[in-house]
Design a protein around this ligand. Sequence first.
Ligand code: IMP
Ligand code: MG
Length: 176
Amino acid sequence: MLTVKDKKFVTFIEKQALEERIAEVGREISEEYRDKNPLFVVVLNGAFMFAAELMKNVTIGCEITFVRVSSYSKTESTGQLTEVLGLKESIHNRHVIIVEDIVDTGLTMNKLLFQLSTQRPESIQVATMLFKPSALKTPLSVKYCGFEIENRFVVGYGLDYDGYGRNIDSIYVLAE
Ligand code: IMP
Ligand code: MG
């Protein structure tokens, strides 16, 4: 049992299992992107720990950059828009891999894919540590996934509950 702010969490995916699986994903990407010089676009803050572990297992030539996604509503009629902050590199004609902590409804990833595709990359794929398929609200292709999980709230390994818990070295789930 672990307390993060006012909520109790229990062990869900242990560090060793998590890191073994992340290493596998890294090796898979290394094989599939050999000679493609991919550009990894890591989504902050949540993906920082997953990205570090993943990239230790990517053994091919590549570049890594970091972005933030901010949601804002410009007008009431257009609803929530997503702005990608911090991307200095040109992704035109590049093989892009977006690195995320978790895909939940998929709305964030969907908007991010849309924003980045306007720059016409050669290819674009998603690598996420966790994926909640039953929470998905929009069609989304997730090429690389660490673990598919049920629709429950998790913290640790970069994921936060109200800003806390990102430093936990494994995944915990909200106690029922
Ligand atoms: P989506 O747009 O619903 O896919 O949500 C994506 C974002 O919501 C993720 O990048 C996380 O920041 C946050 N999120 C979704 N599920 C969880 C969770 O179980 N724990 C912590 N954050 C989550
Ligand atoms: Mg996130």
